[in-house]
Design a protein around this ligand. Structure first.
Ligand code: ACO
Length: 326
């Protein structure tokens, strides 16, 4: 039985030049490299320049993904951009990216699911492609979280960084119609607004008319994270008959090494299958999965035919998983 699948043609990423180390942070706030590394696994993060916006990061990541796919931007007819740090309240940052790439056909829109944004965007694009509405999509996660951090709050400002990652998807007929197909095999999205005050930004155009700063009850987020992540991964396993042993690479949202390790351990995923970039990137929210993916593709770990498990959890709470064959 044949099936239309969203096959990944290429991926790419971009990180701003400026690197902010834990040691440098410790000269500005009451923290230490040891505390940050022990609690989170983060050693450094990239910070966008003042004149560098989310769209600029996204355009660079998109161009890298198109080059990797050996595709001209004109072949793209859908752009779904996940971000919580748009250039402006409106229009969508995706439209700036579309314009920056010289595209004026098809559709481009933003999607906001905080740290789960990339998984939500992937699922959205996948559904449009499999429905036959579009042929080739750019799915982008791009963030400038440095702009919404309270740099005096040591409980949050040490955790986040800036960056962007992108994948190019193409609707392709696959022959088997089962989990041996290439492309996105299944996606699972969840949210529960009862937790909306545990991780939020205390400003916005409709409430305070300001941008606001990120606020988080770190312990509460930590408490829920592993259970939510593993639940939604089990949903993906049950939907496909795939088990943890079948996974070649686990590419989680890079929030915190302890959350990633505990999730992998609970699911019996071997540590050597886990792609970790949180040490170098910090938590880049919607950008973290495609940034990690691009690293593992570039260094040759991810090969054609490999089975990838993606997951994320973030503000809302929102959480989700995706299985895809490279
Ligand atoms: N440096 C030094 N000390 C610090 C720092 C810091 N950067 N931040 C907080 N502390 C202090 C606190 O003030 C507190 O001191 P006190 O005991 O004297 O009051 C002490 O460290 C313990 O604070 P907690 O907040 O309880 O520390 P905890 O062990 O929970 O670690 C952390 C905090 C790292 C935020 C943890 O709760 C966590 O990882 N939570 C998950 C949050 C997360 O990953 N969010 C990302 C977004 S959501 C997502 O993407 C999944």
């Amino acid at each position: 039985m044949t099936a239309i699948r969203s096959v990944v043609l290429g991926c790419g990423s971009y990180l701003p030049e400026r690197v902010l180390t834990n040691a440098e942070l410790a000269t500005k706030i009451d923290t230490s490299d040891e505390w940050i590394v022990q609690r989170t696994g983060i050693r450094e993060r990239h910070i966008a320049a003042d004149d560098e916006f989310t769209s600029h990061l996204a355009i660079k990541a998109a161009r890298a993904a198109l080059a990797h796919a050996r595709l001209d931007a004109q072949a793209i007819d859908l752009i779904v951009l996940a971000t919580s740090t748009p250039d402006n309240t409106f229009p969508a940052t995706a439209v700036a990216v579309q314009h920056g790439l010289g595209i004026s056909h098809g559709a481009a829109f933003d999607l906001q699911a905080v740290c789960s944004g990339f998984v939500f965007a992937l699922a959205t694009a996948d559904n449009f492609l499999r429905a036959g509405a579009y042929k080739r999509a750019l799915v982008i996660g791009a963030e400038t979280f440095s702009r919404i951090l309270d740099w005096d709050d040591r409980g949050t400002c040490v955790l986040f960084g800036d960056g962007a990652g992108a994948v190019v998807l193409e609707a392709q007929q696959q022959q088997a119609g089962n989990a041996s197909d290439r492309g996105v095999l299944t996606t699972h999205l969840r949210s529960d607004g009862r937790h909306k005050s545990k991780l939020f930004v205390d400003g916005g155009p409709g409430s305070t008319r300001t941008v606001g700063h990120l606020r988080m009850e770190g312990r509460e987020v930590f408490k829920h994270a592993v259970g939510m992540i593993t639940d939604v991964i089990v949903d993906a396993f049950n939907a496909t008959g795939i088990t943890a042993e079948n996974i070649d690479w686990f590419i989680p949202h890079q929030a915190n090494k302890r959350i990633i390790d505990a999730s992998a351990h609970k699911l019996h995923i071997a540590p050597q299958k886990v792609v970790l970039t949180v040490d170098k990137h910090g938590n880049t929210s919607a950008a973290s999965i495609p940034l990690a993916l691009a690293v593992a593709v570039k260094d040759g770990r991810v090969k054609k035919g490999d089975l990838l498990l993606l997951e994320a959890m973030g503000g809302g709470f929102t959480w989700g998983s995706a299985l895809l064959r490279w």
